[in-house]
Design a protein around this ligand. Structure first.
Ligand SMILES: [Zn+2]
Length: 183
């Protein structure tokens, strides 16, 4: 097993938590209602699940549901301890930051590869993107929707594929910078 890495300061950890890319990624997994639990895991490190439930003022089973969603992606690890008096197992959880950065980077790189392939095939075309949900469409489809996102009802932004490529590259760079905090 590799040596345990130095834990960054609370301030640095909150900086990571507040990164938009990381927020979006985690919210897709746990939903808006799970983010409070995730925030505490970021701030506190290893936390016992009963304490966690108390801190977010939720039922233990609701907290476990959130933890299991994270665990399904191996975004948390746990350790357990037997409670001496009652003989129960008490689980403590913490964020697996290595895994988090691995998944984030993998997703971005995959998107970049697909986009570059598309640029190579189709050249520089204009597309329309929802600033809220990032739904994208070509001119015809955008016209059909009167240049408004059918889901969010906000005005679509015109963008080139190259611009999206640049944004993805910048996003990847930000993630790599944040990852360095843990090295
Ligand atoms: Zn939208």
């Amino acid at each position: 097993m590799p040596a345990r890495k130095r834990r960054p300061s609370r301030k640095k950890l909150l900086e990571v938590f507040e990164n938009e890319e990381i927020q979006d990624f985690l919210e897709r997994i746990v939903g808006r209602e799970g983010m409070e639990v995730v925030k505490i895991l970021f701030e506190k490190g290893l936390v016992n699940e009963f304490k966690l439930a108390e801190m977010v003022n939720k039922e233990i089973n609701d907290v476990r549901t959130i933890l299991y969603k994270l665990y399904a992606h191996r975004l948390v690890t746990f350790s357990r301890k037997r409670e001496r008096r009652r003989g129960w197992w008490i689980y403590s959880w913490e964020i697996n930051f290595d895994r988090l950065f691995h998944l984030l980077k993998r997703e971005k790189i995959k998107k970049l590869e697909m986009l570059r392939k598309r640029i190579a095939e189709e050249g520089s075309i204009q597309i329309f993107e929802c600033p809220k949900c990032e739904l994208r469409m070509g001119y015809e489809k955008a016209l059909e929707n009167l240049f408004t996102c059918p889901k969010c009802n906000v005005v679509l932004r015109e963008k080139s594929l190259e611009k999206i490529e640049k944004e993805l590259e910048e996003g990847l760079k930000r993630i790599e910078e944040l990852e360095r905090i843990f090295k």
